[in-house]
Design a protein around this ligand. Structure first.
Ligand SMILES: NC(=O)c1ccc[n+]([C@@H]2O[C@H](COP(=O)([O-])OP(=O)(O)OC[C@H]3O[C@@H](n4cnc5c(N)ncnc54)[C@H](OP(=O)(O)O)[C@@H]3O)[C@@H](O)[C@H]2O)c1
Length: 260
């Protein structure tokens, strides 16, 4: 058993990581700026919660104290991403090194090399910050989560539609499958300094996935193809975010929808 810190452990991926770490018998600490009440839906029994802010550094010492391995599943929205990922990661890793944390695992995104999309560039910088740190680091890059792909379709809600990016395929992955790989890395699987990419079990067109979401949700909104402009659109249309050779044998989009 190790003491595992899950940074961003109240988020979508972080909650799955926290649950997986608790189920493997680790002593788990979750750090985030806002922590849930113990009767809130996202609260995970068996984990300890610490209020900490990557950017200001408040609470980080308490969070890393006595920790053997940290898993970073934090996130930041578009405009703040570069600051949180670069400055916040440096704060965290510096504090972790001072407190003798031996190992760190970073959750990143498949296919971000070479993209001009600012958020992806921030993730690349974050990876470099981790790999340059004195800790034993492993990076796990995942394809888009089922929930995220669904949120792309739901961007059309305001205008009464489901929006499917044209010329785009996705390989959605379940956050519980991502969590298992992150915990394996936290327990020492894979080479120190390595970047492992994982993807969901199937690559499918955005339109086909949107159709499945439409059927499962029962919405009558029509599916509308949109051409995504800018660097994210070109990265996705080029398929750089896909990793069919690294597909995990996990829960696909259809099975995820059935379980909702
Ligand atoms: N979405 C995808 O499809 C996808 C695919 C592959 C990889 N990823 C990566 O997976 C990671 C997690 O994504 P997610 O969607 O699970 O994130 P999320 O649901 O937005 O959760 C973000 C977490 O980070 C915490 N956080 C944010 N700012 C913080 C700060 N300054 N200090 C401490 N904690 C902070 C949040 O809690 P508070 O706000 O309370 O602080 C929350 O716990 C991201 O790095 C993302 O790039 C995402």
């Amino acid at each position: 058993m190790s003491r595992v810190l899950v940074v961003g452990g109240t988020g979508l991926a972080g909650r799955a990581v926290t649950a997986e770490a608790v189920s493997r018998g680790h002593q788990v600490v979750v750090a985030a700026r806002r922590i849930p009440d113990d009767d809130a839906p996202g609260y995970i029994e068996g984990a300890a919660y610490v209020t900490a802010d990557l950017v200001t550094g408040a609470g980080l010492e308490e969070a890393v104290d006595g920790v053997d391995v940290l898993i970073d599943a934090s996130n930041a929205d578009g405009r703040r991403a570069s600051h949180v990922f670069a400055h916040g990661s440096r704060n965290l890793l510096h504090t972790a090194a001072r407190y003798g944390v031996g190992r760190a695992v970073l959750l990143s995104i498949a296919g971000i090399d070479g993209s001009r999309y600012p958020y992806y560039r921030s993730k690349l910088l974050q990876e470099a910050t981790y790999l340059d740190s004195p800790l034993e680091v492993r990076v796990v890059r995942a394809t888009q989560f089922h929930d995220f792909v669904t949120s792309v379709f739901e961007r059309g809600r305001r205008v009464g539609m489901l929006t499917a990016p044209s010329g785009t395929r996705f390989q959605p992955i379940d956050v519980t499958d991502v969590a298992r790989v992150l915990l394996d890395a936290a327990e020492g699987a894979g080479e120190p300094g390595s970047i492992r990419t994982i993807g969901g079990p199937r690559v499918e067109s955005a339109r086909s996935l949107a159709r499945q979401w439409k059927d499962a949700s029962g919405t009558r909104r029509p599916i509308f193809s949109v051409r995504l402009t800018g660097p994210l659109g070109s990265t996705w249309r080029a398929g750089h975010h896909l990793a069919p050779e690294h597909a995990v044998d996990g829960t696909g989009y259809a099975a995820w929808l059935r379980a909702l």
